[in-house]
Design a binder for this molecule. Structure first.
Ligand code: 6GU
Length: 261
């Protein structure tokens, strides 16, 4: 996969992609990430990329020419045209989620345009963009952080990026449910023990316990998710039982209490 990012703050993007999974995915040549400074595509000697909004009012708008020039240069170099998803990051976009991450992970070329100020000239939106994406209902200063969120979630599911230990099949949201609880050593910590069943070596029972806890977590924390997924008869039975018993997960209050002893 090739990912291009057009931004007025290239350092912001470059810093993030040189760490962790994004760094490793690039080292393994699974993804190539190119960061472009929009100012390099400005036409005037001061590299101006924004201007006032026609009709008046506060706030600047990103000018069309630098964005068109940047996109044409990036896409124009490619053999297969029309195969690029050109994604504008904007709070007006479709809300990003794991299904969209999966969809984008199947593309060969993604081009992100980070919006700023009051937005971009409408002619960019109408003539260049294939997708408008937001990462949630709140306002960010610019699209850079949103682009990084999306790039991270897309790249980590590309084949070969994660090793077996890190695999994403059990991640929250992957199967439409939240994750089950995890424990690691020590077996006893501040008089609190790891559930015995996890030490039993009985993989069938562990699998069942984890499914039950994933369902419980989802029911307690994000019941809305349960309406969107197809549950097996076994899952439905577990849920009915949980609803009957009204089992709650440990609260933050308890966690803090134990941390302070
Ligand atoms: Cl993609 N951009 C900005 N500026 N704010 C946002 C966003 C994007 N997604 C949520 N808030």
């Amino acid at each position: 996969m090739v990912i291009d990012v057009i931004t007025i703050f290239p350092q912001m993007v470059k810093e993030i992609i040189k760490e962790s999974i994004l760094k490793r995915a690039q080292q393994k040549n699974i993804v190539k990430i190119n960061v472009h400074n929009l100012r390099d595509f400005a036409l005037d000697k001061h590299s101006v990329v924004d201007d006032y909004s026609y009709g008046g009012g506060a706030g600047m708008v990103l000018k069309p020419e630098p964005i068109f020039r940047a996109v044409e240069k990036i896409v124009g170099k490619r053999k297969k045209k029309g195969k690029t998803r050109i994604i504008l990051l904007t709070p007006q976009g479709q809300t990003f989620n794991q299904a969209k991450a999966k969809e984008l992970s199947q593309e060969e070329h993604l081009l992100f345009i980070c919006g700023h100020y009051e937005g971009v000239d409408e002619r960019v939106r109408e003539n260049l963009i294939t997708d408008e994406v937001s990462i949630g209902d709140y306002v960010l200063t610019g699209g850079e952080l949103a682009a990084m969120v999306i790039i991270d979630s897309v790249v980590r599911i590309l084949p070969g990026v994660l090793n077996k230990k890190e695999s994403f099949e059990n991640d929250s949201f992957y199967q439409g449910l939240l994750d089950y609880p995890h424990y690691t050593r020590p077996r006893r910590f501040r008089r609190k023990s790891v559930p015995n069943l996890l030490l039993s070596g009985n993989h069938a029972r562990i699998r069942k316990w984890r499914r039950q806890k994933a369902l419980r977590n989802t029911l307690n924390k994000r019941p809305d998710l349960l309406e969107k997924i197809a549950l097996s008869g076994e899952d439905q039975k577990i849920l009915e039982e949980l609803k009957r018993k009204k089992v709650k997960t440990a609260t933050t209050r308890l966690v803090f209490k134990s941390a302070n002893r």
